[in-house]
Design a binder for this molecule. Structure first.
Ligand SMILES: Nc1ncnc2c1ncn2[C@@H]1O[C@H](COP(=O)(O)OP(=O)(O)OP(=O)(O)O)[C@@H](O)[C@H]1O
Ligand SMILES: [Mg+2]
Length: 810
């Protein structure tokens, strides 16, 4: 068997030789015709073809690779006329085809060349001579040999044939135009209309046809018939080629569009340069350069900016990198390197502004004014960082704003609450996609000044996780010794933060990083008393809310009694935020009333009785007012980040084994304090007149309600003692009394913190008496007079005194 060897690349050098011969055999005056058909042998060796049909006068390379076929070629080449019958196989995959595997019609060919290859294959170049039909097989081994007859072309020289020929010729020429590969193959073969049979064979051999179609054409002796079969096939091929060349053209245009644009732009740029004009990109670079030169900035920054500009010039403006680089330059140009506002520094004016915007807070304002005085004297402040500490809603943030007003500086504020990523402070490196500077630099750019009052709110709520610790970055920001060269990761240039006046705020100092706390100058803002709240409401909150709701000051009247009731019954807080919300709610409702009384605005006075209608039921009633008729309950006082708090301590006793049970989310210190109280009472039972005979048969359970809130600290010690004493003596603790104090095992009452906040909370609660450690006498003086006047205080040194005061004998 043999197969087409057209695409075999291993045969490179002989192949080029083949190709040079290709088609030259075409035409009637070929050596093939020189062999006289009369000198034909009687039989021909038959070579089965797997995938090619050879036509007369056509030259084709064949690959021969089965032993039988190789032997056939060997014998033929050794013989004289080198003729072979090449017949298409019915099945291409049969290696040694038998007569039944072969078509009857084939082509007598002559082997022109033979090449043997080391892989035991043989390549031959054959030239088609005549159509033949096999009559009878003579031998089958070692290869087939058969008797045959010649099949000559039949042609009638009719007009029809001439027309068919001309049609086929021109159709084929069209196809050659569309298919460059085909043109190469047939360019040397004349498309001779004088020999229509040869023309038909040439087309059949070269056109893209199936094997069946080719075999059919080989079998057809009538030239006219052959051409009639070919014409529709030519037509089909023509259509396919037209379509595919259109597709290719489309693809090519779409690719070249972007390239074309690019080239055009580049050309435009060159032309513009020649004409002395500037294109958009060059103009942009020019304007950037001017800006960099005009903006005052440190030499180092300018150098970096110019370098970046150089880089920018090299980048095509359509590239993504151009944007990144442009963005960076934008930041360098717009950061306020030297831009600053001038300080007013008129202390009287500053005092006036602080007083105008905030009621009370005398000590805090004094402290702030002192601070401003130092700035005035030293001009430059490398002083400590202020930290305003206090419960929510006492005016920390708004005081910061007032300081900025007083100094005539811009005010900037960022909230650190929940910040966990160092990059939020310091920015991302420029290598990150979408990188930006940190919040500090961003904020400075926004306020367009390098010396604003910069408030870092909620310093106590900074978190930290795997992305780094923002507190570490804050350390650098807030340290006067190093913040003059603060380096943001994005800018990657030192920025002088030393002229910024940083003010931080926190609810409490406990969670703040110790190193950070060390740099802070703490100013505490206390909770407000009821009358302070009343004044704040009257002077600030009510006017502000009226204004915000579009009402004038006379439109709604809030009598003191009403405000006081709101403070007492609808809020219970250290600051005034909830109070402001309630006032806002009242104003809203009043506004609606006024508007619905069509047209005529009738001043409305909110009587205390109207509150229920507007705000619903009172939310907080003086709880101590409902006298506690039970044993084992005492009122303690605690200090939390949101101000003072009243705690109830409950103790109960049940049959058991003398165990002590403590519940209510108590911290270690608080538990120990409760154990100390129990131990003290047990050790002193006789002296205190407490009957503890059956102590070992009972368990004691101490619980502090609001169990979900964690509680800790030693200051509930005397309240626990009081609750236990009440339980064991079966006498009630006085419900108008609240107490705080740490206890020692020997019964001493020790100093506690936050007395002022605790007393204020107690008063908010309606408590009339407080028991405090003797050591806290000075703290008592800090409590506003107005409050001190309304509560009775008892200072104690020893637990025995507490018991006498809180659990009086009947
Ligand atoms: N002494 C005061 N005089 C006038 N208004 C006050 C005073 N104290 C607080 N306010 C007002 O109370 C509101 C809440 O204050 P601000 O937001 O400053 O509280 P804060 O202390 O920052 O609270 P937080 O800890 O929750 O941030 C503001 O509208 C503020 O103007
Ligand atoms: Mg605040």
């Amino acid at each position: 068997m043999a197969s087409n060897d057209d695409n075999d690349t291993t045969m490179s050098s002989p192949e080029t030789e083949f190709i040079s011969i290709l088609g030259t055999a075409g035409g009637p005056e070929t050596p093939a015709t020189r062999i006289s058909s009369r000198s034909l042998p009687e039989t021909l060796p038959i070579l089965g073809l797997a995938d090619i049909v050879i036509f007369p006068t056509m030259v084709a390379p064949l690959l021969v690779d089965t032993p039988a076929s190789i032997k056939l070629i060997d014998d033929v080449v050794a013989g004289g006329d080198r003729l072979v019958g090449a017949v298409l196989q019915r099945k291409p995959d049969v290696d040694n085809p038998m007569p039944e595997d072969l078509f009857e019609a084939g082509c007598a060919v002559r082997v022109q060349k033979m090449l043997k290859f080391p892989d035991n294959t043989v390549r031959v170049l054959v030239e088609g001579l005549w159509r033949v039909r096999i009559k009878e097989y003579e031998t089958r081994t070692p290869y087939l040999r058969a008797k045959f007859e010649l099949c000559r072309d039949t042609r009638d020289d009719s007009l029809e044939l001439a027309a068919l020929t001309r049609n086929a010729q021109s159709a084929f020429q069209e196809i050659i135009k569309l298919s460059p590969a085909l043109a190469e193959q047939v360019k040397v073969a004349p498309l001779d209309p004088e020999h229509p049979g040869h023309l038909a064979d040439l087309i059949a051999f070269n056109l893209n046809l199936s094997l069946e179609e080719r075999q059919r054409l080989l079998e057809t002796q009538s030239v006219k018939e052959r051409l009639s079969i070919l014409l529709p096939l030519l037509n089909r091929e023509h259509q396919v080629l037209t379509l595919s060349s259109k597709i290719q053209a489309d693809v090519a245009t779409s690719i070249s569009k972007t390239q074309r644009d690019y080239f055009l732009k580049e050309q435009l740029r060159v032309i513009q340069r020649e004409l002395g004009e500037t294109d958009a990109a060059t103009a942009e670079i020019k304007s950037l350069r001017e800006k960099i030169e005009a903006t005052p900035m440190p030499a180092e920054a300018r150098k970096a900016a110019l370098q970046e500009l150089e880089r920018l010039q090299q980048i095509p403006s359509a590239a993504a990198e151009y944007g990144v680089s442009r963005h960076y330059l934008d930041w360098i140009i717009n950061v306020p390197w030297t831009k600053e506002t001038e300080d007013k520094l008129d202390l009287d004016e500053a005092e006036r502004i602080l007083n105008e915007q905030h009621y009370g807070l005398t000590k805090v304002k004094d402290r702030l004014l002192e601070f401003l005085a130092v700035i005035k004297l030293k001009k430059e402040l490398k002083g400590p960082i202020l930290c305003l500490v206090g419960p929510p809603g006492v005016g920390k943030t708004s005081l910061g704003r007032s300081v900025a007003d007083a100094l005539g500086r811009k005010f900037a504020r960022i909230s650190l609450g929940g910040m966990r990523d160092e990059a939020e402070i310091r920015g991302h490196r420029r290598t990150y996609v979408g990188a930006l500077p940190g919040r500090i630099i961003q904020t400075l750019r926004r306020v367009e000044s390098r010396n604003p009052v910069f408030m870092l709110d909620e310093l106590d709520k900074v978190g930290s996780d795997f992305r780094g610790d923002p507190a570490a970055a804050l350390l650098e920001v807030l340290d006067p010794a190093q913040n003059n060269t603060f380096t943001d990761h994005y800018l990657d240039l030192p920025f002088d933060l030393s002229r910024v006046l940083f003010i931080t705020t926190a609810n409490w100092l406990e969670p703040i990083h110790p190193a950070l706390r060390d740099r802070l100058e703490v100013i505490e803002l206390p909770s407000y008393t009821e009358s302070e709240k009343l004044q704040i409401a009257k002077r600030y909150l009510v006017p502000r809310q009226l204004e915000e709701h579009g009402l004038n000051r006379q439109a709604v009247k809030f009598p003191d009694a009403t405000l006081r009731r709101v403070i007492q019954e609808y809020t219970r807080e250290a600051g005034v935020r909830q109070l402001e919300r309630e006032i806002a709610a009242l104003t809203r409702k009043a506004a609606r009333r006024i508007v619905s009384h069509a047209g005529q605005v009738k001043p409305l006075t909110l009587a205390p009785e109207a509150l229920r209608k507007f705000l619903g039921h009172a939310r907080f009633l003086s709880e101590t007012a409902e006298k506690i008729p039970e044993y084992g309950i005492a009122t303690g006082l605690a200090w939390t980040p949101v101000g003072g708090e009243v705690l109830f301590i409950e103790a109960t006793r049940m049959p058991g084994k003398g165990n002590l049970l403590l519940t209510g989310s108590l911290g270690e210190v608080m538990k120990e304090s409760a154990q100390t109280a129990v131990s003290y009472l047990r050790s002193q039972s006789k002296a205190l007149g407490i009957d503890l005979n059956d102590y070992s048969k009972h368990d004691i359970h101490i619980h502090v309600p609001a169990g979900a809130t964690p509680k800790d600290g030693p200051s509930a010690g005397i309240a626990v003692v009081a609750a236990l004493a009440s339980l064991l003596t079966r006498r009630c603790v006085r419900s108008d009394t609240a107490m705080t104090g740490e206890i020692s095992l020997r019964g001493r009452v020790l100093r506690v913190g936050g007395v002022k906040e605790k007393v204020l909370a107690a008063v908010r609660f309606g408590v009339k008496r407080v028991i405090l450690p003797e050591q806290n006498r000075f703290d008592w003086l800090e409590v506003p007079t107005e409050v001190r006047r309304n509560v009775k205080v008892h200072f104690v040194r020893h637990i025995a005194q507490v018991i006498r005061l809180a659990v009086p004998s009947r």
